[in-house]
Design a protein around this ligand. Structure first.
Ligand code: DMJ
Length: 643
């Protein structure tokens, strides 16, 4: 007598009707979508049939099956042919007792079949609810998992990676008492921002300093991922706020979880979380940061599953489903987003010995190199399905900015070996200078925005970072134009300082014009806000490092005082809605980049140059310092097993 495969005759569970990874991990990866649906329907129908058959078959036939099962399972050592005796120490029940027991078992098994059946139907229903894209992304994610698993099985464990030479992480104390005092003031501001976040927003992404509660935006998804903790870690570290650093580390260790059903911005998560975790790892040597960075990077990889390999702007950390911002031109991805992954991804490959990250960003670079550029300019929009540019808008501010920054920094971070990146940077900057950079009637150099062949004479606060970038890229520039680029950096710094100086609060507006008699002033009401952004102070700091002109410390101090006076509230620091108003209203958000960038650049401005020297460290676009990798080339990991 044989045991029908689907009946639980030997105490085994019914195989769940689950087409997920747990059911058939290897097969699932290779199933096509249509096959999957057919299989799902067949299995569902088969279970229904078995279930129905069980209830409609004659009683005797059911009993026969269960008797067999029960004999097998419950009284295996009883020889029933011998009339029900005590054999081998087992108690043999009388016939009435047996029937009662069989009925109970029958009932139990009937319930079990029902429960299994219902569960299977629920799972099937859940699967059918999902969109085609979601199912496809799930399949792709499972495929990737299988490939990764196979790779892991094939490869030997990787030897530890040698840490790059980490110079200048505990220094920078200025001898001048006035500068020391200013530096201490910045540290006090950091403590105020952190303590209030600690008290009112702990674990949330950001703080509402007036409402005194947590805050988040859609870039971080709907989960409490402690963005401020991760973003602030390295600032805490270099300021010597070690207790606070340890608190942050403990939270990350215990609570930072990326297996959440949450849709996040790939770019923001990369620059703030991966950048922040990597910097914290390099500074402190604590493995937990590296582990978390690598886990998170794995969750971002499905975003690259597009026809071109240009990643989606957003990805769901759990399902791996990606999509683009609804507002972006023709379903495009954004240049400053997919073009600002290089530094972190190269470090991930370096630290893990896994080329997957490096390959992703190099693929983007190769694709961009092949494309035609109108007037030599990179448009801000690129469609990840077609590989074609969207609208021909070019900006060194929002939507474009950090793409150019990362070309330069890829070269610097590779110990100047990645000359391909340097060439792309030089070409791009030449085109920008030709088409976007102008002098206003009043003699202020500004960087405008290119919109379909027309120059808009408007500059964003975000664009002000470019002063620092030009200064940083001066050394090594084409045709030895170092002096020219340092001068350009100084001119941008001056213009951006003017944009602060021409306001009531001495804080810079979000965007300012050079048109119709207006110079470095915001015109539209919705461009008059200041949200604790760092770019102007960032440029002061780079200019200070390269020139030691005291005016940059002076300008930085003006900004620090204005922030302390107008943005500080008892519950932290807030952005303000109108920098031209003497009684500004607050936006009630303490941005995580205030702790990561604004306060860090200010602290560095009042520190000696031996704190995080620029020959050894390259700052990502969120001001997270990553060490220069002194490798023979940038293509491979620092892991000897991988070279
Ligand atoms: C930061 O998150 C980064 O600097 C990014 O590159 C641009 N914007 C914000 C701060 O303004």
């Amino acid at each position: 007598m044989t045991t029908p495969a689907l009946l639980p005759l030997s105490g085994r569970r019914l195989p769940p009707l689950n087409l997920g990874a747990s059911a058939f991990p290897h097969h699932r990866a290779t199933l096509r979508l249509s096959e999957k649906f057919i299989l799902l329907l067949i299995l569902s129908a088969f279970i229904t049939l078995c279930f129905g058959a069980f209830f409609f078959l004659p009683d005797s036939s059911k009993h026969k099956r269960f008797d067999l099962g029960l004999e097998d399972v419950l009284i295996p050592h009883v020889d029933t042919s011998k009339g029900g005796k005590n054999l081998g120490g087992f108690l043999i029940h009388g016939q009435g007792h047996d029937e009662h027991r069989h009925r109970e078992e029958e009932e139990r098994l009937r319930n079990k079949i029902r429960a299994d059946h219902e569960k299977a139907l629920e799972e099937a229903k859940e699967k059918l609810k999902k969109s085609r894209d979601e199912i496809q992304a799930e399949i792709q994610t499972e495929k990737n998992k299988v490939v990764q698993e196979l790779k892991k099985k094939d490869s030997k464990p990787l030897p530890p990676v040698p840490l790059p030479n980490l110079i200048g992480i505990n220094s920078g104390e200025p001898a001048d008492p006035d500068i020391r005092e200013k530096r201490n003031k910045i540290k006090e501001m950091m403590k105020h921002a952190w303590d209030n976040y600690r008290q009112y927003g702990w674990g949330h992404n950001e703080l509402k300093p007036i409402a005194r509660k947590g805050h988040s935006t859609n870039i971080f998804g709907n989960s409490q991922m402690g963005a401020t903790i991760v973003d602030a870690l390295d600032t805490l570290y270099i300021m010597g706020l070690h207790d606070e650093f340890r608190e942050g580390q403990e939270w990350i260790d215990k609570n930072l979880d990326f297996s959440v059903n949450s849709e996040v911005s790939v770019f923001e998560v990369n620059i703030r979380f991966i950048g922040g975790l990597l910097a914290a790892y390099y500074l402190s040597g604590q493995e937990v940061f590296k582990i978390k960075a690598v886990q998170l990077a794995g969750k971002l990889l499905p975003a690259f599953n597009t026809p071109t390999g240009i990643p989606w702007a957003m990805v769901n950390l759990k399902s791996g489903v990606g999509r683009n911002w609804g507002w972006a031109s023709a379903g495009s991805s954004i240049l400053a987003e997919f073009g600002t992954l290089h530094m972190e991804f190269v470090h991930l490959s370096y630290l893990t010995g896994d080329p997957v990250y490096y390959n992703k960003v190099m693929h983007i670079r190769k694709l961009l190199q092949k494309m035609d550029r109108p007037n030599g300019l990179y448009p801000n929009y690129l469609n990840p399905r077609t590989g074609r540019w969207g609208q021909h808008h070019t900006s060194v501010g929002g939507l474009g900015d950090s793409f150019y920054e990362y070309l330069l920094k890829a070269w610097l971070m590779s110990d100047k070996m990645d000359t391909e990146a340097r060439k792309m940077y030089d070409d791009a900057i030449e085109a920008i200078e030709k088409h976007l950079i102008r002098k206003s009637n009043g003699g202020l150099t500004f960087i405008g925005e290119w919109k379909n062949g027309h120059l808009e004479r408007k500059m964003g606060h975000l664009t002000c970072f470019a002063g620092g970038m030009f200064a940083l890229g001066a050394d090594g520039s084409r045709d030895d134009k170092a002096g020219h680029y340092l001068q350009l950096g100084a001119e941008i710094a001056h213009t951006c300082h003017e944009s602060y100086d021409r306001t009531t609060l001495k804080l810079g507006p979000e965007a300012f014009k050079f048109d119709g008699g207006v110079e470095a002033v915001a015109v539209r009401q919705n461009e008059k806000y200041y949200i604790l952004r760092p770019e102007v102070i960032e440029t002061y700091w780079y200019m200070w490092r390269f020139t030691h002109d005291p005016k940059y410390r002076q300008w930085g101090w003006e900004a620090a005082q204005a922030i302390d006076k107008y943005c500080r509230v008892s519950g932290g620091f807030s952005g303000v809605k109108d920098v031209y108003s003497s009684s500004p209203t607050y936006d009630d958000v303490q941005q995580s980049f205030f702790l990561a960038e604004t306060l860090k650049y200010l602290y560095l401005l009042f520190s000696n140059d031996d704190l995080l020297p620029l020959d050894n460290w390259v700052f990502n676009t969120e001001a997270h310092p990553l060490p220069v990798l002194h490798l023979a080339n940038t293509t491979l990991s620092g892991n000897p097993a991988y070279r």
